[in-house]
Write a protein that binds this ligand. Structure first.
Ligand code: FES
Ligand code: FES
Length: 213
């Protein structure tokens, strides 16, 4: 009898090859796949002219009709303070303010913002003249890597404004009553902004302090 001995590494390599081969055999490439790729490459680019204001600066932009507001801000205007996390509305890293209301800029097309007034983190404060929320984030260590921070700060400004305007949240006991700037309200209203570093207690402390100052 032949003594066949395999090392663990050889066994795993065999398994990977066999599995890949089996999957390839079971999943034939759709006949139209290559044609579809070529077709999409050949699609004409449709552009539009949009007049809007970004951080107080009036601009007239030529934008690709398919382009998200996030991509136009980051790639066309080089305003890279607004971050791209998931690019599908799940993390809040791309939050900006449009006419004072917070939105996820990855979920919306730039072409829709004719006449809008847009504020990104670059328009909120500077190192010399920081916004109270920015100062509070520094004081309370409301970040670690900082990737989510621009979105957190824009979102917090929008959330505090919603409380001010009496917009109820799921944390409001009585939706008809004026909401208050309490910790449960802040936590609920900021729940769309994820922080992979888990700086949540510090973020909430910073927002609550900025309310008091
Ligand atoms: S990048 Fe827009 S929600 Fe994540
Ligand atoms: S500070 Fe790193 S993701 Fe929030």
């Amino acid at each position: 009898m032949t003594d066949v001995r395999l090392t663990r590494r050889e066994l795993l390599a065999m398994g990977a090859t066999t599995t890949a081969g089996a999957v390839a055999a079971l999943t034939p490439l759709p006949a139209h796949a290559t044609a579809r790729e070529d077709h999409s490459r050949a699609l004409p680019v449709h552009e539009s002219t949009v007049s809007l204001e970004v951080n107080g600066r009036p601009l007239v932009l030529q934008v690709d009709n398919r382009g998200s507001l996030l991509d136009v801000l980051r790639e066309q205007l080089r305003l890279t303070g607004t971050k791209k996390g998931c690019d599908q509305g799940q993390c809040g890293a791309c939050t900006i303010l449009v006419d004072g209301r917070r939105i996820n800029s990855c979920l919306t097309l730039a072409v829709m913002f004719e006449g809008a007034s847009i504020t990104t983190i670059e328009g909120i404060g500077t190192a010399a003249q920081a916004h109270p929320l920015q100062r509070a984030f520094v004081k309370h260590d409301g970040y670690q890597c900082g990737y989510c921070t621009p979105g957190q700060i824009c979102s917090a400004i929008g959330a505090l404004d919603e409380i001010e305007r009496g917009v109820p949240s799921f944390a409001s006991d009585d939706p008809a009553a004026m909401p208050e700037r309490t910790e449960p309200e802040i936590r609920e209203r900021m729940s769309g902004n994820l922080c992979r570093c888990g700086a949540y207690p510090n973020i909430v402390a910073a927002i609550l302090e900025s309310v008091e100052t």
